[in-house]
Design a binder for this molecule. Structure first.
Ligand SMILES: Cc1cc2nc3c(=O)[nH]c(=O)nc-3n(C[C@H](O)[C@H](O)[C@H](O)COP(=O)(O)OP(=O)(O)OC[C@H]3O[C@@H](n4cnc5c(N)ncnc54)[C@H](O)[C@@H]3O)c2cc1C
Length: 316
């Protein structure tokens, strides 16, 4: 016997970022009972960075403010919210599907996975050891600790370049270390970085090791063309080299890419009937707030349709 409480829903959404909250709005508005469960508070990644400039109709909006609006919108349609839930296990193949947290067993006719992705690790010596002592994956959270200091950002996409520029508000010098000789970031983002005198580009270079006594002191790097290595004196290292999906709970239950991203069809259904995936966690060509929100809408509408079809099947 378990003393956990049992709750049943038409759909349980795992993850309360842009994809999950958007799915919640569409599902609840589609008149199916909807729960949304998150490991932390709702809002996902945007809650941790300062501004978005590319969310239509908001040329400049705070990430936290935008996500607060998403959440308020979900509240309006009576979505049941379960923040700060550590999920212990998920059984996607049982009927109903079971999600078990420390104190609750959720029974769900359908599940929408919207657990997003986290920053990929460099996988070099010193990265783990100096986490919180010079290594950080969040410029907005930790940038202020680097006032009048030198930092290295690793990567060449939008996140890396934007965060490098953001760090110049505090740091006197920001090295942008990139393994190629050109950036992947959007043109407008690149132009801003090129015009910023505090950003110095270190091209064709990969990080090898982070060194220091108590805190980060140097980053050892290697030129991929000449194989030459050198040490850059730095107080901080911010890796922005991509993302790894948050899929530990689902591994082995659904089809995934070799990197772990969840495969979906055009209705965003996964390889398991009644299980959908939305946002950064799935195999998608663009990982942004707008695409995550759009995914959430598609997944939720597919859920509603799936449940309607199931009912039709039962009646006939
Ligand atoms: C530094 C940075 C800057 C960015 N700038 C922009 C920008 O300017 N414009 C833009 O459009 N996009 C930007 N993005 C990308 C954008 O933030 C993501 O594409 C978007 O947040 C994806 O939404 P999501 O809902 O799929 O995932 P997330 O936002 O990652 O949300 C996932 C949620 O799932 C929860 N979760 C994770 N694991 C579990 C679990 N096991 N159980 C329960 N809950 C779980 C998390 O706590 C989180 O709340 C940026 C990203 C970063 C990192």
């Amino acid at each position: 016997m378990t003393d956990k409480k049992e709750l049943s829903f038409d759909t349980v959404i795992l993850g309360g970022g842009p994809a999950g909250l958007s799915a919640a709005i569409y599902a609840a508005r589609g008149n199916i009972s909807t729960a949304i469960v998150d490991l932390t508070m709702f809002g996902g990644q945007p809650s941790n960075y300062l501004e978005l400039e590319n969310y239509p109709s908001y040329p400049n909006v705070g990430g936290y403010d935008l996500m607060e609006k998403f959440e308020e919108h979900a509240d309006k349609f009576g979505v049941e919210k379960f923040p700060m839930q550590e999920i212990q296990s998920v059984d996607l193949k049982s009927e109903p599907k079971i999600i078990e947290t420390l104190d609750t067993i959720f029974k769900a006719k359908t599940v929408i996975i919207a657990t997003g992705a986290k920053a990929s690790k460099l996988g070099i010596s010193g990265e783990k050891e100096f986490l919180g002592r010079g290594v950080s994956y969040c410029a907005v959270c930790d940038g202020a600790f680097y006032r009048d200091k030198t930092v290295c950002v690793v990567g060449g996409g939008n996140a890396a370049v934007e965060e490098a520029c953001y760090l110049t508000k505090f740091a006197t010098k920001v090295y942008l270390i990139h393994r190629r000789d050109k950036l992947r970031a959007d043109k407008i983002v690149q132009e801003r970085a090129f015009a910023n005198p505090k950003v110095e580009f270190v091209w064709n270079t990969i990080p090898l090791e982070i060194k220091g006594e108590n805190n980060v002191e140097t980053l050892v790097v290697q030129d991929v063309k000449t194989n030459e290595t050198k040490e850059i004196k730095t107080d901080g290292v911010f890796p922005y080299i991509g993302f790894t999906p948050n899929v530990d709970l689902f591994n082995g239950q659904i089809e995934q890419t070799p990197q772990g991203f969840i495969e979906t069809d055009t209705r965003l259904q996964t390889s398991v009937d009644g299980v959908f995936a939305a946002g950064d966690v799935r195999n998608t060509p663009l990982r942004q707030v707008i695409t995550a929100a759009a995914d959430g809408a598609i997944a939720a509408c597919s859920c509603v349709k799936f449940l309607e079809e199931q009912q039709t099947l039962t009646v006939h």
